[in-house]
Design a protein around this ligand. Structure first.
Ligand code: THU
Length: 131
């Protein structure tokens, strides 16, 4: 699957966002080695800290279908931002544990701007719970 196609999936996922509080809809799409794509959108709650980001929903969606870190090829995210939407700190921490460190992450926006990065770049010196 081409990066543009994965980005289009993230844009589609964004339409499933439940974001009545922030009015900031985000979509994410996670590509696996077997070609499957798992989507996520941000789902908010009136108890604000319970809001869940698109990227984590996509990752957890994939995990709940039996996928694991070694199955992941790339992730795309999309929001209506001036610059390509960048993952929040909480998502970076989760990605640093569950997503391959140098696999492409395509940050994008509705205007069609795209920036490619990876979690090693986004969260250097990540916390790891290991001896
Ligand atoms: N949000 C995401 O879904 N992903 C990010 O990386 C940044 C923030 C969501 C959380 C909340 O529902 C809304 O965007 C505003 O912060």
């Amino acid at each position: 699957m081409k990066p543009e196609e994965l980005i289009a999936e993230a844009r589609e996922a964004r339409k499933l966002s439940y974001s009545p509080y922030s009015h900031f809809a985000v979509g994410a799409a996670l590509l696996c080695k077997d070609g499957q794509v798992f989507k996520g959108a941000n789902i908010e709650n009136g108890a604000y800290p319970l809001c869940m980001c698109a990227e984590r929903n996509a990752l957890y969606n994939a995990y709940m279908h039996g996928k694991k870190t070694e199955d992941f090829v790339a992730m795309a995210l999309c929001a209506d931002t001036d610059e390509p939407c960048s993952p929040c700190g909480a998502c970076r921490q989760v990605l640093s544990e569950l997503f391959p460190s140098t696999a492409p992450i395509y940050m994008s926006n509705l205007k069609g701007d795209v920036k490619e990065t990876n979690i090693k770049e986004l969260l250097p010196y990540a916390f790891v719970l290991k001896d």
